[in-house]
Write a protein that binds this ligand. Structure first.
Ligand code: PMP
Length: 363
């Protein structure tokens, strides 16, 4: 139609036309979901109760986030002004980059890592610089330290990282923050609950440290879209200018206190996942499938040239897994989320059958 009428559409910003597209494969996921590192079961039953009690009238109001922010801040032993709730960590990353990255700035990314850093960086005028991990996928500390320049403005570190599952230490994160005082060091603790080590207590102590957390993983609230930023007040005040005051919806805000209060559910889920991870790793070892030690709710495995077929056969067996071959330094590698012990029993059967089929084809 537009062509027939010889209509010319207005163009987007130059940056946006060059922006990286990202379409996560979210369709047809009615199988065992071991592909997105979500909670694979359910959120706390207390959250379900809150959801059931939400009235139609309450949805007519704009969401008020401050009281919930104060509660979450107290829970994390932060001042309320140091915490902002966000529409998932994705919004947190977006807001942080929009706040701090200017033309001429450099963003350092130890890779492979979470894709959305690069996506949001590509909408800014800053330059993203990848710092490649070696084959161990250990955190490339020395290389990262060497890559810091006076132009370095943000260093984004997922800890534990995805897709490797590898974690780094407080000592190394602190050393990086001290080496680059002109830069924001974002420590993305999306998988914190499966690891247990944090730097959130250093927020406000190390002036350039910002921590992000999500409720999408252990808490099982990925569909509600809720995460947070913890930052010194002096940095948070700039990010609050960029952050929409309405971006966290009222249903998520109503549910969050119940999710946080139900520590019994959270502990149960984490313990079950960690036990399941040990059992699944043993199954991989028994099959001689190379894997990377994980501090998160997923394991990266090396399938090699048959990675596409592996993903396909697992899907046929009712288990969704994620091909990470396109990630830098990850050719042939597949990421498998860890579900509950019961779920992982069927995943192990699917894994055994799939590997047997692949090895029969290419002994
Ligand atoms: N950070 C990392 C390292 C992740 O892997 C993910 C999700 N896959 C996110 C952030 C996004 O979290 P959210 O659902 O809160 O946007």
């Amino acid at each position: 139609m537009a062509e027939a009428l010889k209509v010319k559409f207005p163009s987007p910003r130059k940056r946006v036309s060059a922006m990286m597209e990202y379409h996560p494969p979210l369709g047809c996921r009615d199988s065992l979901r071991l592909d997105f590192n979500e909670n694979t079961l359910a959120c706390s039953p207390r959250v379900r109760e809150v959801l059931g009690a939400i009235s139609a009238g309450s949805l007519t109001r704009y969401p008020e986030r401050a009281p919930v922010e104060a509660k979450v801040a107290a829970y994390l032993k932060l001042q309320p002004e140091q915490l902002a709730l966000t529409n998932g960590v994705d919004e947190a990353i977006h807001v942080l980059f929009e706040t701090f990255l200017d033309a001429g700035d450099e963003l350092l990314l130890p890779v492979p890592t979470y894709t959305m850093y690069e996506v949001y960086a590509s909408s800014t005028d800053a330059q993203a610089i990848a710092v490649q991990a070696d084959d161990s996928l250990d955190f490339p500390f020395e290389k990262l330290m060497a890559a810091i320049t006076p132009r370095t403005k943000v260093i984004a570190i997922a800890n534990p990282n995805s897709p490797s599952g590898k974690a780094t230490t407080r000592e190394l994160l602190t050393a990086i923050a001290l080496r680059a005082p002109q830069a924001i060091v974002l420590v993305d603790e999306a998988y914190y609950h499966f690891h247990g080590e944090t730097v959130i207590d250093l927020v406000g102590v190390i002036p350039n440290l910002i921590v992000a957390r999500t409720f999408s993983k252990a808490y099982g609230l990925a569909g509600l879209r809720i995460g947070l930023l913890a930052a010194p007040v002096e940095l948070m005040k700039w990010m609050r200018r960029v952050l929409s005051p309405y971006s966290v919806n009222s249903v998520a805000l109503a549910c969050l206190p119940a999710a946080i209060d139900d520590e019994t559910y959270l502990r149960w889920y984490i313990d079950d996942i960690l036990a399941a991870r040990t059992e699944f790793e043993a199954a991989l070892d028994a099959l001689n499938v190379r894997r990377w030690p994980s501090s998160a709710n997923f394991v990266l495995v090396d399938i090699g040239a048959q990675h596409k077929e592996f993903v396909h056969l697992m899907r046929e067996a009712g288990v969704l897994v994620r091909d990470r071959s396109a990630d830098p330094g990850c050719d042939g590698r597949v990421r498998i989320t860890i579900g509950t012990r019961v779920q992982m029993k069927s995943a192990i059967i699917a894994l055994n059958n799939t590997m047997a089929a692949l090895r029969q084809e290419h002994p």
